[in-house]
Design a protein around this ligand. Sequence first.
Ligand code: TSJ
Length: 640
Amino acid sequence: MSENTVQDYGADQIQILEGLEAVRKRPGMYIGSTSTRGLHHLVYEIVDNAVDEALAGFCDHIEVYINGDNSITVIDNGRGIPTGIHEKAGIPAVEVVFTILHAGGKFGGGGYKVSGGLHGVGASVVNALSNWLEVEISRDGKVYRQRYERGHVVYKLKEVGKSEHTGTKVTFMPDDTIFDDVIFDYDVLRRRLREMAFLTKGLRICLEDKRSEELKREEFHYEGGINEFVKYINRHKNVLYDKVIYCEGMKDDIYVEVAMQHNDSYNEATLSFVNNINTPEGGMHLTGFKSAITKIFNDYARSNKLLREKEENLSGDDLREGLTAIVSIKIPEPQFEGQTKQKLGNAEARTAVESLVSEKLTYFLEQNPQVAKAIVGKAVVAQRARMAARKARDVARKSTLESNMALPGKLADCSDTDPKNCEIYIVEGDSAGGSAKTARSRATQAILPLRGKILNVEKARIDKILGNKEIQAMITAFGTGIKDNFNIEKLRYDKIIIMTDADVDGAHIATLMLTFFFRFMPELIRQGHVYLAQPPLYKLEKNKKIWYAYSDDELAKIIEEVGRDQNNKIQRYKGLGEMDAEQLWDTTMDPEKRVLLRVSIDEESESELDMTFDTLMGERVEPRREFIEQNAKFVKNLDI
Ligand code: TSJ
């Protein structure tokens, strides 16, 4: 320790160190995890503080650097963190910010303190979890600096120069003894910083990667705020009308901002935020938004005779078919509820959003009757489809009751009745299905062959989807039901394994199935029940001995091992159908030897998954190629 390291330990300082020590002992409690996700939270934490300064109206530019040594620098042009002695703590305010747990924003007024979910735990947490951290403040014509190591003060705040501007600069190096991996991912930071820029209109956020040789720098700056966010999400979609419906305003201390625009798809993509934090589970703000939409459009449809008197009201789902929307509120004291503390509980947020959206939307519809007609028209068609689907389902339910559990005819079920032991292979094509039926272990493995092209649920309405034979077969085989009626307890198989050819078409078919699961039974994926089988790409035969290779690299390795000569017989499998039952069992189905990929949803980018899927399925060719390249993101490797 250097001579000016923490002078003498007063009671206050001991408390401080105990606080930061607690963070180092149980980092997960403060930043969620010590995985790359937790690592990136450190950056958001620091940036959040600068964004708060922007929200308070004193800052319009934030620079974020990934430095050559993989440390991070964040610079803003705000007022600079106060350097004067903090009355209660007896040390400079900036030192309070970095050394006292949850101290952020406790002094000074104005602006909104971000304090929800995993975020907003304070700069002191970042400090505690950093090898070193340096803060430089430009304020009152001077530059001040202080350095910390693993949360401990290395030297007192000191004056190091003069300055004509104001602002705060923080550089930190994450502690490599705490994080599993300390390499920052440019694309991960880019996504969140872009989102922050959308959510804070006028704010310029620049990201630069100084690790790379070439200039890698982007600027995010949206004068239109979430209006541009909606345009961005809809950028590859066919929109129903050109204008983005936008409203903003204050209601009882709550700032509400809403932007929306329909596209011609059948899915809703509404994102909600509280103090710039995504709330995937919604809450009062989202409830207020939905009630307003349902009420105002029904009122409009009735008073303009777009709905006949005896016709049912349009449902919220009907009206939100194909809707892309952002609901963003800023609230002084957010209360989060639910298991994961991600659901906004403040009842006043509901009233604020509902009344503001109702008022502005009513006015907008009066001014833009063409847009109103387009939205109501789409909802009316959605309503008809919903009613047709309900009728079909009622009929299906009745016949199910009569024939007690009508499992699909093509299903070769397993004999074991304990779902925990059971798995189902969904197999592309009848011939491969035949081999799989012969190959399987009858007790625990069921086979469901699917014929022809799987319906793309992104491009079809509910009535058509539920009328599709292949989809019906999967729903009845799984036993769980779908959407709101989904019940994981009723799942008849522990593993649902998609088995398709190991080529681009096979990948496409697998993705169509995953799209169906994602839209209709997402819990199946979230709880890890969905897998992809991995059939081999090559067979190598030499002197009556056989090797299988699952990738080009592996084939090269095998050739190296056995020697490169004329006795090598190499076969490239073009499809599952080229394998006989025994080969299929050996390479792809034998639980002792096979490799499965477990499918997961990258929660961090869940909001963008809509786009990912759409891109693949959409008619536009260019983004599709891009998606196939990125497809691996959706699937994580798992050795079984
Ligand atoms: F989190 C942090 F401390 F590390 C951090 C804070 C990091 C970065 C990059 C910026 C900031 C930050 C804090 N920028 N601006 C501020 N502003 C204040 O702390 C501040 C300034 C003046 C007053 C005042 O009442 O005069 C009050 C506050 C909270």
